[in-house]
Ligand binder design. Structure first.
Ligand code: FPP
Length: 265
């Protein structure tokens, strides 16, 4: 499965790379950026980029699942994205409906389970129904978790988690001295994808090198890969290339030598 995979070189040629199965990132998170620019460069409305981006989500989901990734977290809509024009927000809210309408059978075929993290109670009812149906229809799948961040923001997530912990302390269920990294980690939305709470690899497309309020706690020791490819043109080969780049890194987790390979800390 890991042989004869190709990555694009800067010269536009392909080159064979063999991924090391022992160093596969178990949790990959992606900031799917550049949809608007992809569309504008083609003289198309921005939403055409989101539509094409949705197709890319399907291809990358299948590729990640085939590669043995355990969790693929995709930043589909942030708590800040409501600031976009209403027509674009409305289009983005329809995407999960379109996506799951056509793609759930393939997710089931590939043994992929859907999870959604974020403040989903603020999404339109039809979007909530689409995601809840997909979660229900795939709940028995035991392969990769396709984890959509929808109306997600990391600072808000941390505040929600801290409030949960404070309530436990107030109720006498937890002592202040018992609050540690594990307790905080468990209070966050990524507890839904435990034991792979923290991404090993975070990829951002489109050349922007920002985190944009995504998984701030969880990426403490993640490897970051920024690629110039715009999301609508990102292909399975690019994923292989970015995983290959991850495998060349020396993950030290604050220590002095790589003893943990591609595993979560
Ligand atoms: C960022 O590009 C992208 C988004 C805010 C939306 C991402 C959504 C998808 C890729 C489709 C998701 C699919 C499902 C199934 C939910 P941008 O619009 O900020 O691009 P720009 O920086 O070029 O303007």
């Amino acid at each position: 499965m890991f042989k004869n995979l190709f990555k694009n070189t800067t010269a536009g040629e392909t080159e064979e790379v063999n991924l090391d199965p022992a160093k596969m990132p178990q949790h990959i998170a992606i900031i799917m950026d550049g949809n608007g620019r992809w569309a504008q460069r083609r003289g198309l409305p921005r939403v055409a980029g989101h539509k094409r981006g949705m197709e890319v989500v399907k291809d990358i989901t299948k590729a990640a699942s085939d590669l043995g990734v355990k969790v693929l977290t995709l930043y589909a809509f942030s708590t800040e994205n409501w600031k976009r024009p209403e027509s674009e927000v409305s289009f983005l809210m329809d995407l999960p409906v379109k996506f799951f309408d056509t793609f759930v059978p393939e997710l089931i075929e590939n043994n992929v389970r859907v999870n959604v993290m974020g403040y989903t109670e603020y999404l339109p009812k039809k979007t909530q129904k689409a995601v809840n149906d997909a979660i229900e229809q795939t709940k028995n799948n035991t392969g990769m978790v396709l984890n959509f961040a929808l109306n997600y923001g990391s600072r808000a997530e941390i505040i929600t988690g801290v409030k949960k912990i404070a309530t436990e302390v107030q109720n006498g269920d937890l002592a202040v001295d018992e609050i540690n990294e594990e307790v905080l980690s468990k209070s966050l939305m990524t507890e839904e994808v435990a034991p792979y709470n923290d991404p090993d690899l975070l990829i951002r497309t489109s050349g922007e090198e920002r985190i944009s309020n995504f998984l701030l706690w969880q990426i403490a020791y993640s490897e970051l890969v920024f690629t110039d490819k715009l999301w609508p043109e990102y292909q399975p080969d690019d994923l292989v290339h970015d995983i290959y780049e991850f495998q060349q890194r020396d993950r030290r987790f604050g220590g002095v030598k790589d003893t943990k390979g591609g595993k979560s800390k």
